[in-house]
Write a protein that binds this ligand. Structure first.
Ligand code: AMP
Length: 278
């Protein structure tokens, strides 16, 4: 595996891969890799000859008071994980190679980018779009793999690829969970044992909503109310627990194969997100 830390070397590496004979799969990450990231790499390996992973903690998607400085970083371990999981090249650029002082901005659609994760973080998805477009342009993958874990991000990236006619397939990947059902996340390292016990109410609500919908309950008001009951705990602060369609619009009834139930909640200082595609 090659570890490449400059844009120029990454472009040179990519130029050496003949697109007529090889398929390039790309997994964008912010590092602190866990089995969820590895599952994206595994999906990519199924339909590509070369896998490129990026590790870049992207400053423009963090708000001023968020955990950019404290975001978990563990490059040595990440390099070893990528090498042992069949990654062909790992791209680890510095911030000053990716950004100039004054940048073109790219905003998400108004009806998708400023609700849910974008409500308290109105610059978040502009930062995500900006960095993902740059990475796609540098790496030029055939297929780019993103987790359903970040459902809103995935839907907005699919919208970008469609609206800007990008020459890449955005490939959605299933959420990987720990044995206690908590969705894997780099931020789970912040959780104490007691926090984690509270956090488990989130997958409990997710699984309950899935099973209610599977058994025929389609009324969103009833589903959301049941979820709020499960999530009621003095140490769990819910930002949202909503059933939406996949354009992120409110619905009264679940439309099978076109709906999502999404939760965001804080346990202590740790904000967790989870969802299920219905
Ligand atoms: P991050 O490093 O958190 O920016 O995540 C990089 C990619 O991994 C994103 O596409 C995430 O949606 C995906 N991802 C994160 N956690 C999981 C998980 N538990 N299961 C599947 N994909 C995940």
């Amino acid at each position: 595996m090659q570890v490449i830390d400059s844009v120029e070397s990454m472009r040179a590496y990519r130029a050496g891969l003949d697109s007529s004979k090889m398929k390039i799969g790309f997994v964008a990450t912010m590092g602190a890799l866990h089995a969820g990231h590895i599952s994206l790499i595994e999906s990519a390996k199924k339909s590509n000859t070369h896998i490129i992973v990026s590790i870049f903690v992207n400053p423009t998607q963090f708000g001023a008071n968020e955990d950019f400085g404290a975001y978990p970083r563990n490059l040595e371990k990440d390099i070893a994980l990528c090498a042992s999981n069949g990654v062909s090249a790992l791209f680890t650029p510095q911030v000053n190679e990716i950004y100039e002082d004054d940048e073109i901005s790219l905003n998400p659609p108004k009806n998708m980018g400023y609700i849910l994760e974008g409500f308290d973080r109105p610059t978040h998805f502009a930062g995500v779009l900006q960095v993902v477009l740059k990475l796609l342009n540098i790496i030029k993958p055939h297929n780019a793999y993103f987790g359903k874990k970040d459902a809103q991000q995935l839907l907005i990236l699919q919208t970008m690829a469609r609206q800007l006619f990008l020459d890449v397939n955005i490939m959605p990947c299933e959420i990987l969970r720990d044995s206690d059902n908590l969705a894997l996340s780099s931020r789970n390292v912040y959780l104490s044992k007691a926090d984690r016990a509270v956090a488990l109410l989130i997958p409990k609500a997710i699984f309950e909503i899935k099973s209610l919908v599977d058994s025929g309950e389609l009324e969103v008001a009833r589903l959301e109310s049941r979820a709020r009951d499960i999530l009621k705990h003095k140490d769990l602060h819910i930002s949202y627990a909503l059933c939406l369609d996949r354009g992120l619009k409110r619905i009264e009834k679940i439309i099978k194969n076109n709906s999502i139930f999404l939760i965001a909640a804080k346990v202590g200082k740790t904000r967790l997100i989870d969802n299920v595609w219905l």
